[in-house]
Design a protein around this ligand. Sequence first.
Ligand code: FAD
Length: 387
Amino acid sequence: MSAPLTIIGTGMAGLGLARAIRSRDPHRALTLITADSGDEYAKPLLSSAFTKGQSAAALAQRDALGVADAIHATLRCHTPVEAIDPHQRTLWLGAERLPYERLVLATGAAPWQPFETPEALAERVFQVNDLDDYRRFRAALERHPGQPVRVAIVGAGLVGCEFANDLHAGGHRVALIAPEPAPLPRLLPPPLGLALAEAFAAAGIAGYFERQVQALEASDGGVALTLDDGERLAADLVLVATGLRPRTALAAGAGLQTSAAGILTDRHLQTSDPHIHALGDVACVDGLNAMYVQPLQASAKALAATLTGTPTAVGYGAWPVMVKTSLLPIVALPPRETPARWRIDGEAGDFSAVAEDTAGRLIGFALTGACVRRKVELARAAPPLLG
Ligand code: FAD
């Protein structure tokens, strides 16, 4: 009989793995532990749910009981793991000590915020990285019934831009603030980022680029944001989307090898401890932490095979990211290294940008507007993310 398996985290990575294990081994003892409610949901849908008018309850596909039932597992929700003792193979859950035989860390990534939120603004400043966050943010928006809410979004990466588009489509007044000259700096070369800024501006989303938030204060029943050039903006709510950092503290505390990019694993998702594996947003697999759904799905499949007796190395294809900005459709496959040049064609929002290395080989691409139809052709020509 195979060793019982304990998985920390019930996001798409932890649940995806549990499901993949169950389909290969109906009898394996599985314990899942999560700090949150344990509801099953697809995180990418959080940033398109205002357009569709979806509540948190509508986004939850199953509650924790339903999940446990469907995969015949023990699921412990609202149970943060405080420490791992890798020598005793024990988890610390408050006063309880829970032994494990094989452990998988799927603890995801946590939002990072570069400025303080005054306590008085706790009900007005949000980060949305899981369903519980979304529930709270949506409730705050609903406290202003029948009127557009002024939402200042700080950060113009994937999460900030998708929420800007979504809240605007949901009828709210959005301002987008970021230190870079244009949105999506990690996915798009500047001319394409500017095309998105123009599409946002044309729709009425106010862009404050090359600006940083210096301070937040309570003011007139809302929030006053002071920018680094002294300008003050008024908002009802603030959504902070300034990036995510892998939750490596548990692993680091247990002496596992970690870096700023995550828990270090090999292609078999094994950490520096042979009894502990990691996958999803928390894992840096062979030097890469992609932080997207397709890599974690490939990891779940490979790890399930490994943990059920067929050692399998994970590989990632050339999987482009589809950005959910209906105001300007975008597809991008960001290059792993800085390109020698971007070759950019197009105009008026319809751009193709191909990233090349010094030998002129395609190493990534970004497409906007009507050019997104080239995604299959270019993805075929691109190198795999993890070959
Ligand atoms: P998480 O979903 O963060 O799960 C982590 C789990 O670990 C949670 O259950 C948490 O409670 C638990 N946990 C953490 N610490 C502890 C602890 N100490 N004890 C117990 N439990 C713990 N990707 C795409 O490919 N396409 C998209 O369009 C896309 N859109 C996105 C939109 C948004 C708004 C966001 C935020 C992300 C988006 N992503 C997208 C990224 C994608 O959603 C993530 O890569 C993926 O959901 C990460 O899953 P995960 O299971 O690794 O982490």
